[in-house]
Design a protein around this ligand. Structure first.
Ligand SMILES: Cc1ncc(COP(=O)(O)O)c(C=O)c1O
Length: 393
């Protein structure tokens, strides 16, 4: 045991020496545009709280109501005695919202992606994955026996080459897997081109829309709706724009959902979501459908913030999404910049390897609808100051 622990301590020391230790800051009180963090009120520019619903009174009331009527926990997986009417209501509501036959809930989208591939694809099949897909898609694909192919991020020539390779390898069925929005860059997947290639090669298209559902596309129905194309299977989360608590789902054709209910391991062998979360998910979808005003505010904030950072001289990745990364290069610099911003009352996190490639460290800022113009001006002033302090401006 002591040799083992020495080895583990060595790993930790190596992470620290490379400036890659992730430190968690303590928030007291709810998630929001401002948070109380270790005794200070901070402007918060790094939550996935795109529509600002994480502390919405309707969601709190729905959750509280369900605690009273449905109890605290289910103490069971779904198929033993963990399915309430509420679970089926949310699955039906999500399916209707996303325009699919049915959906199935998981404890998180990490589990949805982890459980999706293995029941649907066997060794005769192939899965083709974008190189920047979320870790949970990568893990889910590792767990299935299909042949694996990978294409360079959003490189359509490479995707086509991989489709050809999968066909040459004799694949029975091919699934293309992509994030709808790549979470480290805020880039949108090229869904119209991907759909066309999927159709040309007879492939099934799976889209993880965690960073889009609720605010991209008409009524927030996500990237497929934004582009006016169809995804065959969608995965998503309740942990971001839809209230920000937790819970994941897969939506798709009835037969796919039915088979996942029989075979998806994170569904079969993990607890049912608690009633409060499920009821709040239903309330979140009602809010989201009617949230054109919040969506307009979100994208207005994103455009203002992006323009302000660019005018200040920061290198910002191009795009339209409320994920707006400020590129800094080395991990240490991203850490220093985040610390300088912290001193100035702005909470952001540095992102570095292994979350993004080495040398591509950044501060990923994220806009939300609850931020005011005053907040953004305060944030921009802090970024300029901090940029001078660390020498990037
Ligand atoms: C693209 C993507 N997929 C999946 C997940 C996992 O979602 P959850 O937090 O519901 O497990 C995330 C969250 O970080 C994500 O960004």
């Amino acid at each position: 045991m002591s040799e083992f622990l020495d080895h583990i301590r060595g790993e930790l020391a190596a992470i620290e020496a490379e400036g890659m230790t992730k430190r968690e800051r303590l928030i007291s009180g709810p998630q929001g545009a401002h948070v109380d963090m270790e005794g200070r009120r901070m402007l918060n520019l790094c939550a996935n709280n795109y529509l600002g619903l994480a502390d919405h009174p309707d969601l709190i009331a729905a959750a509280r109501g369900a605690l009273e009527t449905g109890g605290f926990g289910m103490a069971s997986v779904r198929f033993i005695c963990g399915t309430q009417d509420l679970h089926r209501a949310l699955e039906a509501r999500l399916a209707q919202f996303l325009g699919h036959d049915d959906s199935i809930l998981f404890a998180a989208c990490f589990d949805a992606n982890g459980g999706l591939f293995e029941p649907l694809l066997g060794p005769e099949d192939a899965v083709i994955s974008d190189s920047l897909n979320h870790a949970s898609i990568i893990d889910g694909i590792r767990l299935c026996k299909a042949k694996r192919f990978r294409y360079a991020n959003s490189d359509m020539a490479d995707l086509e080459a991989q489709l050809v390779a999968a066909r040459v390898a004799g694949a029975r069925f091919i699934m293309i897997a992509t994030d709808g929005v790549f979470s480290m860059d805020g880039y949108l997947a090229k869904l119209p081109e991907i759909r066309a290639l999927a159709d040309a090669y007879g492939a099934v298209l799976m889209v993880d829309d965690c960073h889009a559902t609720g605010f991209m596309g008409p009524q927030g129905r996500g990237t497929p709706a934004h582009f006016g194309v169809r995804a065959d299977v969608i995965t998503g989360t309740l942990g971001k724009a839809l209230g920000g608590a937790l819970g994941g789902y897969i939506a798709g054709p009835q037969a796919v959902i039915d088979l996942l209910r029989q075979r998806a391991r994170p569904y079969l062998f993990s607890n049912a979501l608690p009633p409060a979360i499920v009821a709040a998910g239903l309330a979140a979808l009602d809010l989201v459908e009617a949230a054109d005003g919040l969506r307009a505010q979100l994208f207005e904030n994103a455009a203002y913030w992006r323009a302000g950072l660019e005018a200040a001289g920061f290198e910002v990745l191009p795009g339209e999404h409320p994920i707006i990364p400020v590129m800094l290069g080395e991990a240490r610099l991203a850490q220093d910049m985040a610390a300088e911003l912290g001193k100035r009352g702005v909470h952001v996190a540095g992102f570095f390897f292994p979350v993004v490639p080495k040398g591509r460290a950044r501060i990923r800022t994220q806009m939300n609808a609850a931020l005011t113009r005053e907040d953004l001006d305060f944030g921009l002033a802090a970024f300029k100051d901090a940029g001078h302090a660390v020498g990037v401006l």
